[in-house]
Design a protein around this ligand. Structure first.
Ligand SMILES: [Fe+2]
Ligand SMILES: [Fe+2]
Length: 340
């Protein structure tokens, strides 16, 4: 049975399991999840799994607390006592098992499907958390939900997708959704499921970790810029010609900066290279790679984040590195260069 036949069958069955007034919500969650999947550029298999998870997520929502507990007992399913303390979350637990019982040919496609159902009210856990978060969010922000907190979160999410990568927009909106869930439960004096609190901690530390990584990258770039400017100062003092500093961070992974300069003769090219290596060597900075010192028409000193290119005048004209890297940002070094 192809995906569309499986989907058609689930939709045709929905009235047997889901309250009539809840059906638009279920279809809304599917629509929203697919919209988010398209923002992420997910493949057709994963998109189909999200569609199944969305259509089945509230399959036991209309059961009473006793019906949930009876089902779990009858099937010998052991579960966290937290579920009995927050009965509204029980339907995610029984929903996963019941979907598996009703549609084994669907849930067998990927464990992601039941994982998404089983964590859609308490928050993502275990594997495939991105997909679980998509269902969690879609459940919160789908179009038929008109509570102010839902419409606000919906607007927040889609405004973020205009500025950030879809994964980051999901992460930040998911955090807000969990925070909203926790504060609503607190205000109404209801029990907060331990899983929700641990999901909240996990997403907060994930965002913090991402920020630290970004800061580290930023620090590395600042360090690279300081090194590049130091090289420019040495070149300037050694009368290197036509010094240019290009920021190439966004254009290549090989370095953050290129420093380019010329020597009027091969001997001067060699002298410039030796001088830079000597001066930086005094600060325990040495190149990881050097090339071209045999002919000295184009010498390269690679300091990882900064690459220095020293040309003789003719070779520089011939290769015209600045034109090759025309899209790179030229850094203003006029305040570093001496007038002559
Ligand atoms: Fe639900
Ligand atoms: Fe729902």
């Amino acid at each position: 049975m192809v995906y569309s036949e499986k989907r058609d069958r689930i939709i045709a069955d929905l009235p047997a399991y889901v309250d009539e007034r809840r059906i638009p919500h279920v279809l809304g969650v599917e629509k929203e999840a697919l919209k988010i999947a398209s923002l992420l550029g997910l493949d057709c298999d994963r998109t189909a799994y999200l569609s199944f998870a969305a259509l089945l997520h509230d399959i036991t929502k209309k059961w009473s607390k006793d019906e949930h507990l009876d089902y779990l007992k009858k099937h010998g399913i052991e579960y966290d006592g937290e579920y009995a303390l927050s009965p509204k979350t029980l339907h995610e637990l029984t929903g996963g098992y019941y979907a598996d019982e009703l549609y084994p040919e669907v849930t067998a496609l990927s464990p992601m499907i039941t994982d998404c159902i089983s964590n859609h009210t308490t928050g993502s856990h275990g594997d495939d958390q991105l997909y679980q978060r998509i269902i969690f969010l879609a459940d919160f922000i789908e179009e038929t939900r008109t509570f102010p907190e839902c419409t606000e979160l919906r607007e927040y999410f889609y405004s973020l997708t205009k500025k950030e990568k879809a994964e980051d927009a999901i992460l930040h909106t998911y955090l807000k959704a969990l925070e909203t869930t926790v504060s609503e439960l607190e205000e109404s004096g209801q029990h907060i499921h331990k899983k929700t609190l641990s999901a909240l901690c996990a997403v907060k530390s994930e965002i913090k970790g991402n920020k630290e990584m970004e800061n580290n990258e930023q620090n590395e770039i600042l360090k690279a810029e300081a090194l590049a400017k130091k090289i420019v100062t040495i070149l300037d003092a050694h009368k290197a010609g036509n010094i240019k500093l290009l920021k190439v961070t966004e254009k290549t992974v090989i370095a953050d900066y290129f420093v380019i300069c010329s020597g009027s003769t091969n001997t001067q090219v060699r002298g410039i290279c030796d001088e830079v290596e000597y001066k930086l060597g005094l600060e325990n900075i040495s190149p990881v790679r050097e090339e071209g010192l045999d002919t000295c028409s184009w010498c390269v000193q690679d300091y990882s984040s900064v690459i220095l290119h020293v040309f003789n005048t003719e070779t520089r004209k011939y290769y015209n590195l600045e034109r090759l890297w025309a899209e790179a940002e030229e850094v203003d070094i006029s305040s570093i260069l001496t007038e002559d």
